[in-house]
Write a protein that binds this ligand. Sequence first.
Ligand code: ADP
Ligand code: MG
Length: 198
Amino acid sequence: ILRDAIFRKQHNIHVSGYNVPSPLQSFDELKSRYNCPSYLLRNLKELGFKLPTPIQRQAIPVLLDGRECFACAPTGSGKTLAFVCPMFMKLKLMTKNLLRNADFSKFPCDIISTPLRLRLAIKKKKIDLSRVEYLVLDESDKLFEPELFKQIDSVLKAFSNPSIIRSLFCATLPDFVEDRARELMHDAVRVIVGRNLN
Ligand code: ADP
Ligand code: MG
């Protein structure tokens, strides 16, 4: 525990919540701790990703432990991989670079929508989000801006799976994001990475 605290301090990682898992020392640890498929580690190496960034070091184990995560780290700090890596490990598949050789004809479809359209589709029962297992709200500092909030809020209610794992990623931490995080998540681990160190 002390080792984790020192390591977090070195990487400017601040955590709160109970039982926060140890940060990753390396990507290889994904294999020893979480049985990550080797091809994922190979693909990361091929992309030139040598070490996990601070947000990746902490958020990936949190999500792999099945915990909800409220994560804030600066723009460019690698938040995308922090939430897709656990998803890929769950799916045991990989897209584009990371999902090399995957058979895309076997993938369920993607849905790209504005919040209002999505709200309409939910209302008309054209889409069922009640079985979604993993929800990531990226750019949540933009998503929860007061102008968008009402639209987003009604969409979020449609994700009604009681065992859904929610996570919230942002680059800045305005009060309205903190408020929404508190409403949306119950025992989330909070991971904040400072701007200066890496
Ligand atoms: P953010 O969402 O925090 O703004 P991105 O996820 O867009 O950041 O990542 C920023 C850039 O860093 C991308 O080009 C990505 O490929 C690269 N990157 C992510 N993780 C690593 C890593 N561990 N090592 C090297 N580069 C990385
Ligand atoms: Mg991003």
